[in-house]
Design a protein around this ligand. Structure first.
Ligand code: SF4
Length: 335
């Protein structure tokens, strides 16, 4: 770990002003990914700005029915919140499927969005890596790439985003609220993270010095049908090979089998949480049955471009989508 100076931000304005004045600084809150990266020289900031005491630790139900999650709310507090468990169960289940209880107690909403890929080449500084040092190459393209991307990748980087929570947030049409010395702005969740293209060193569309202050969940009256299915190599403390966040709203009365609205997103497939909008559009107005879900899964995986060792992900993702949609159409619950 390289030496750095440490400062504790006294206000939001103090935090963002410090960050803008030293663009080699980093924010730290829970530190569950940042400290790992510091220890192996992936990040070498001149300054750490501790934001953990700022007042961004509330979950608030807003007048319009949306739910505002402060950036410093712990992952545990989000997953345990009764409003979230009842109205956005896919989010609670996504969080509980990730990491360990101890890490979830420390990890924050904002930090979860900013965690970086767990591509092993990125963490091993004996290898080149375009995400670590631009222009050095991507050994994963021809190397061990069993866990890497099948959608939206580039020759520059085939990493996947590691978060479970972010897959649910993409499906829920969340909005990210950010602040800088210039003021506040909101970023639709699906536009917050980036695909690698030729700038894999950039994971998000945050401007230098911008700080996440909250994530806003719009009201979703039928969100209780939401499910999160995570498939991985072992039953706990493992990143997703494939994950699916899905919610279905059937038309009118409970006997109806027609899909009125649907949300579908995937994890473990791309550099960002992958919202399957074409499959969603296909599903609207269709009958909720195995054939429909199978066709939707085919559409969701159109354009998949697997690497040498991860072709299995294409079929696994299709089956996971069909399973998640089936359980959601039956009212939701544990997949
Ligand atoms: Fe680096 Fe991305 Fe290639 Fe992994 S996939 S080695 S993070 S450039």
């Amino acid at each position: 770990m390289e030496n750095f100076t440490y400062s504790r931000a006294t206000s939001l304005s103090d935090a963002t002003t410090q960050a803008v004045s030293d663009q080699n600084s980093m924010f730290i809150a829970g530190g569950t990914n940042v400290v790992d990266r510091l220890k192996v020289f992936l990040d070498q900031p001149s300054q750490l700005i501790d934001i953990s005491r700022l007042q961004m630790q509330d979950i608030e139900l807003m007048a319009d029915g949306s739910l505002r999650l402060g950036a410093l709310v712990s992952n545990t507090a989000v997953a345990d919140n009764s409003h979230i468990r009842h109205n956005y169960p896919m989010l609670a289940r996504a969080i509980l499927s990730g990491a360990s209880q101890q890490i979830r107690n420390m990890a924050t909403v904002g930090g979860n969005l900013l965690q970086r890929t767990r591509c092993p080449y990125y963490y091993d500084t004996a290898f080149p890596c375009n995400k670590r040092i631009s222009g050095t190459g991507c050994p994963a393209v021809t190397g061990v790439n069993r866990n890497h991307a099948i959608l939206g990748a580039s020759e520059e980087c085939v990493a996947v985003h590691p978060s479970d929570m972010c897959v649910a947030l993409a499906a829920l049409d969340a909005v990210v609220e950010v602040a800088s010395p210039q003021g506040q702005r909101q970023i639709p969740f699906t536009e917050f993270h980036r695909l690698p293209e030729n700038t894999p060193e950039k994971d998000t569309n945050l401007a230098p010095g911008e700080l996440i202050t909250a994530v806003i969940l719009p009201p979703l009256s039928w969100g209780k049908s939401g499910v999160y299915l995570k498939l991985r190599d072992r039953a706990s403390y493992s990143f997703a090979l494939i994950s699916v966040a899905a919610a279905i709203n059937l038309l009118g009365e409970s006997q109806s089998n027609t899909i009125q609205s649907v949300r579908l997103a995937m994890g473990g497939v791309a550099h960002k949480p992958w919202r399957a909008t074409a499959a969603e559009e296909f599903l609207i107005g269709k009958s909720a049955n195995r054939e429909t879900f199978t066709e939707a899964a085919e559409i969701a995986l159109q354009g998949a471009n697997p690497l040498t060792h991860n072709g299995y992900k294409v079929e696994l993702a299709k089956r996971a989508i069909r399973r998640a949609l089936t359980v959601s159409a039956q009212g939701g619950g544990v997949v």
